[in-house]
Write a protein that binds this ligand. Sequence first.
Ligand code: PLP
Length: 226
Amino acid sequence: MTTTPQRLADVKSRIAAAARAAHRDAALIHLVAVTKTFGADHILPALACGHRCFGENRVQEAKAKWPALRTRFPDIELHLIGPLQSNKARDAVALFDAIHTIDRARIAEVVAAEMAKQERRLKLFIEVNTGAEPQKAGVDPKEAARLLRLCREDLNLDIAGLMCIPPQDEEAAVHFAVLAKLARELGLTELSMGMSADFETAVASGATYVRVGSQIFGVRAPHSAT
Ligand SMILES: *Cc1c(COP(=O)(O)O)cnc(C)c1O
């Protein structure tokens, strides 16, 4: 049996090794520890060994879990990595420090309005549907430049970078390369890509944020309906 701190340390050393192999500075690669479906009992050991950067994919679940942890650990950095509905934007802006899933004009607009109202600056990523899968979240790669322009020019939003979730049955490296190339073309420096199965590949492809859940916290129970 391994413990959460051991698995966290293992993931961090694998990130460092992948960075070295790619001649990259490991300090530029952030590990978002994804805690969806896991409660405070699982999260506290990671906090106890000093980790502060976490990801959740549902606003409601995060709202139930994190405010209490924040009062004990004020320097927590919380990332929304799941889809955002406009009626959850107010809670999301209040709760999170970063949103990785800006993928359409309407969401960019409501997030911009909430950030202004709440006087908060979140780190924002545009999610790109690199596989152009019809049912999947993310802006079509061909539309990314237009969405970025709307964010910057019409909404005065500072976009840090791009995020993707490659199709399950395809080679992740191909999608990471597409995202990295698009970010270069758009002049964006941050890349949110790579999960438990492929974070080392993502580091080799230029990831600056990897989102790792099960490799740290174990296998997730299926989500109950909310
Ligand atoms: C759950 C999730 C992850 C982490 O997945 P693992 O395979 O458990 O590492 C990363 N990104 C997103 C968007 C997720 O929803």
